[in-house]
Ligand binder design. Structure first.
Ligand code: SF4
Ligand code: SF4
Length: 430
């Protein structure tokens, strides 16, 4: 078996006793799977933390990170039965790639990345489905928003098409919005930076991109944008289409190169797309250029928190009379890298703002997950575990959620339409 991702970071994982149980095939991919040491932490009853939303809703050991690892080891050793293979297929499809395991597992087992390799291996043996191809190509398709709006409307309105594509009939696809070009001022004296507006923010949340530009310019930063729209390959990576993800990421790296050379921080708004630059990008075999980008990539909130800590941020923020209290739901990938403390630090800048953090794991949105017919039930169940009850208990509160999927998921399940941190800050600018 030839791994499709670059697993060389695990080159030395076989050195210690803890990793002695490495499968016979799969090379460094097998080593990445073998880091599970069967501590069973992921099988214990969970009352806090974020791991593992799919185990939380299934209550079946095969749906824990460790359970998945054990079955993949059997597969790589050629010892898996047909029944176990079917269970593993279901468990891998039910993984929301939240990275909760990477953060909370004893040995940081990263099933989200393993899942992409698993899907990529699947597609070496079977054709890629139409739905998977469409989701993977969505960022490219969104550039033709004039055509995409009616196409998405049709997909939402025709039950036969929804069924044919394997879409969740209860979660209509969101419609792209007009995305006028942002015009940053380049006369600002402050630190130059690149605001990378990913395809999802550009087409589904253009107001958030505009708000982020306003906030950064109000802070005195000189904001650059990319000349052309580029996605980083997140959608293709999530669907297991590694070659396409690599192509898209390589094109983005080329666009980012002058900004990397100039030492500009690369700021992103959508957690899963920006954090891909620091994590999954390094598994695509793109060499030094990828490492250079990873070293400069920051979430919007991480950048602002860093500036606060350095005493460099002065945002003219003011209280708004009658402002609703804010409940914050962290995107799984924000939580996985510890970015919620940055959100907290930034929210403290807003005078008189009352805010609180929701203790929940994945909302069940998770990119394409909530749109997939076979995952519809899990998706809703994940939201109902803690997130929806927390929102229902505070009907007076506004939702702050930096993930587009999280905001979509909550809104379609009857919760409030959420805001991004950039929207909230822009609203409080003097
Ligand atoms: S990535 Fe999330 S859903 Fe998948 S195994 Fe890890 S904790 Fe569970
Ligand atoms: S996945 Fe991590 S937490 Fe779960 S059994 Fe393996 S080592 Fe322990």
């Amino acid at each position: 078996m030839k791994p499709q991702l670059d697993w060389s970071a695990y080159e030395n994982a076989g050195m210690g006793d803890a990793y002695a149980d490495i499968p016979k095939t799969g090379g460094d991919y097998a080593k990445a799977v073998a880091v599970c040491i069967n501590s069973m932490v992921c099988l214990r009853p969970i009352d806090r933390g974020v791991m593992c939303p799919s185990f939380r809703v299934h209550q079946d050991a095969a749906y824990t990170p460790g359970g998945r690892s054990r079955l993949i080891k059997k597969l790589l050793n050629g010892e898996i039965s047909a029944e176990e293979q079917a269970t593993l297929d279901r468990a891998m499809d039910a993984c929301v790639a939240c990275k909760g395991c990477k953060r909370e597992c004893d040995t940081n087992l990263d099933i989200a990345t393993i899942r992409t390799e698993y899907l990529a291996q699947r597609y070496r043996q079977q054709a890629v489905g139409l739905r998977q191809r469409l989701f993977a190509q969505l960022p490219a398709l969104l550039r033709h928003s004039v055509l995409m709006r009616p196409a998405i409307k049709a997909a939402n309105a025709l039950p036969a098409l929804t069924r044919r594509l394997g879409l969740n009939p209860d979660h209509p696809l969101p419609l792209p919005q007009p995305s006028p070009r942002l015009e940053p001022r380049h006369d600002q004296p402050g630190t130059p930076l690149l605001l990378w507006v990913d395809s999802f923010t550009a087409h589904f949340a253009p107001d958030t991109a505009r708000a982020a530009l306003r906030v950064l310019e109000a802070g005195g930063y000189r904001v650059y944008l990319l000349d052309e729209e580029h996605c980083g390959g997140r959608s293709a990576y999530s669907q297991g289409l590694v070659g396409l993800a690599r192509e898209q990421a390589a094109a983005l790296l080329e666009q980012l190169h002058p900004h990397v050379e100039a030492g500009h921080p690369i700021i992103g708004l959508e957690p899963s797309t920006l954090l891909m630059l620091r994590d999954e990008l390094l598994t695509l075999g793109l060499g030094e250029a990828a490492h250079a980008v990873a070293a400069q990539a920051l979430l919007f909130e991480e950048f602002l928190a860093r500036e606060i800590a350095a005493g460099r941020l002065e945002l003219p923020l003011q209280a708004r009379p009658g402002a609703a209290p804010v409940l914050v739901h962290g995107h799984c990938h924000q939580k996985a890298v510890g970015a919620m403390k940055s959100v907290r630090k930034v929210l403290k800048l807003i005078p008189a703002l009352e805010f609180d953090f929701i203790e929940a794991s994945c909302c069940g949105g998770a990119g394409s997950f909530s749109f997939e017919a076979e995952n519809a039930e899990d998706s809703r169940a994940m939201a109902e575990l803690a997130l929806l009850p927390a929102l229902a208990a505070r009907p007076d509160a506004e939702l702050l959620a930096n993930g587009f999927s999280c905001r979509e998921q909550v809104a379609r399940l009857g919760g409030p339409r959420g805001l991004h941190l950039a929207d909230l800050l822009a609203r409080h600018l003097a």
